[in-house]
Design a binder for this molecule. Structure first.
Ligand SMILES: [Cu+2]
Length: 133
């Protein structure tokens, strides 16, 4: 418990500050308007792929470009709003191609070990691969 004098000093200091250092006007200042919290907009891009998911993006890329999975894994190809297809290289064990689609998800099972490259034939250079161990 501090001595009474100490507490009194604090009280005097507070009142000195409250009167604004010997100022004149007592005009009340308008309180600051409460800031309106901005509502964060849900990001649409880029969307991080889930495990065993490849996203065909509106930026004409496959994300991830290379996905490595264990044999027997079901991979989900998720197509954003842009139309893409998935045409696998002609390699034994490659899954069935995915014809042009958008705003949907298509699953393919990779049952054979190997590297399975694929292209979207609608967009030059849009390609990826699935490495199956
Ligand atoms: Cu494409």
């Amino acid at each position: 418990m501090p001595p009474v004098r100490a507490r009194l000093s604090v009280a005097l200091l507070v009142s000195a500050l409250a009167c604004g250092g010997g100022g004149g006007s007592d005009a009340p200042t308008a309180p600051a308007a409460p800031s309106t919290p901005s509502t964060p907009s849900a990001p649409t891009l880029p969307t991080a792929p889930a495990a065993n998911e490849i996203i065909a993006t509106t930026a004409n890329t496959f994300n991830p470009a290379t996905l490595t999975v264990a044999r027997g894994t079901v991979v989900t190809f998720t197509f954003q709003a842009t139309t893409h297809n998935v045409i696998f290289n002609n390699v034994t064990g490659a899954p069935t191609n995915i014809s042009s689609t958008s705003s949907s998800s298509v699953q393919r099972t990779f049952s054979t070990a190997g590297t399975f490259g694929y292209d979207c034939t609608l967009h030059a250079g849009m390609r990826g691969s699935v490495v199956v161990n």
